[in-house]
Design a protein around this ligand. Structure first.
Ligand code: NI
Length: 251
């Protein structure tokens, strides 16, 4: 049994949500932690968390929508989190300097406001960081929060910084990509700092690249991590499940 600690579940990607959840369960998925990153997404995924026992949520405004986030939106977010027990964390939140046209200051402000909510509510954060490693680390250091560096694909040096700050690293399909150096990094970090994730529908593992991703492909990721760390796949499942339950405080 395994937990997919970061994925997306929306009608925009999947015709039949029932089928996705049931196919995931067939290969051993016990829980999926679905991320809602915009107001519309959040409203949609809350429905699924009520419908499916296995679906838990993290919600938060993604850096790509930071420009449109108002104080009222942040208040709305905080109230939702307080009143919904299946929301187990805040995210994905963070910084993304990949595409032209972003506003660094606005992104940092929206990120920090959500880190403050996490501090107040003592909830873990799920971090999205793209081309923004140093700003992400420096911003996180200002707050007393723990969490998951989702879709980690950085260097060993960066991995060690996050681990020393008490963060887990979310490892997904990238570890299976032929030219990725992530496997080397994974082989040098403790399993006690690793979470399994797909970031589905994106980042489908090899050999299914090009197809729509879902939690049913976690075994391909776990297998690669097991190889990198020279342990059994069951050891990977057991330890990463324990890590996820602890971080997201799921009983
Ligand atoms: Ni994501």
């Amino acid at each position: 049994m395994f937990i997919d600690t970061h994925c997306h579940l929306e009608k925009e990607f999947y015709d039949d949500i029932d089928e996705v959840v049931s196919n995931n369960k067939k290969v051993g998925m016990s829980k999926m932690i679905v991320s809602g990153c915009t107001k519309d997404e959040i409203n949609e995924v809350i429905e699924y968390s009520q419908k499916y026992e296995e679906v838990f949520l993290t919600i938060g405004f993604h850096p790509e929508v930071a420009n449109n986030v108002t104080d009222l939106d942040l208040k709305w977010l905080e109230n939702l989190i307080i009143t919904n027990k299946k929301i187990v964390g805040i995210g994905e939140i963070g910084l993304d300097y990949h595409y032209d046209g972003y506003d660094k200051n606005i992104q940092i402000k929206v990120f920090e406001e959500q880190l403050k909510i996490a501090e107040r509510l003592k909830l873990p954060v799920v971090i999205h960081s793209r081309d923004a490693t140093m700003d992400t680390i420096n911003t996180l250091k200002k707050y007393s929060v723990k969490g998951d560096i989702h879709c980690f694909s950085g260097s060993l040096e960066t991995a060690k910084i996050y681990i020393n700050m008490g963060f887990y690293l979310g490892i997904g399909g990238v570890v299976t990509f032929k030219n990725s150096k992530l496997g080397d990094v994974v082989s040098k970090i403790p399993l006690s700092s690793i979470l399994l994730e797909t970031d589905s529908p994106y980042l489908t593992p090899t050999p299914f690249r090009g197809e729509l991703n879902s939690s049913k492909y976690i075994p391909l990721i776990a297998e690669k991590i097991a190889m990198n760390l020279n342990v059994s796949i069951n050891t990977v499942y057991e330890q990463t499940t324990k890590n996820a339950l602890e971080l997201f405080n799921i009983k």
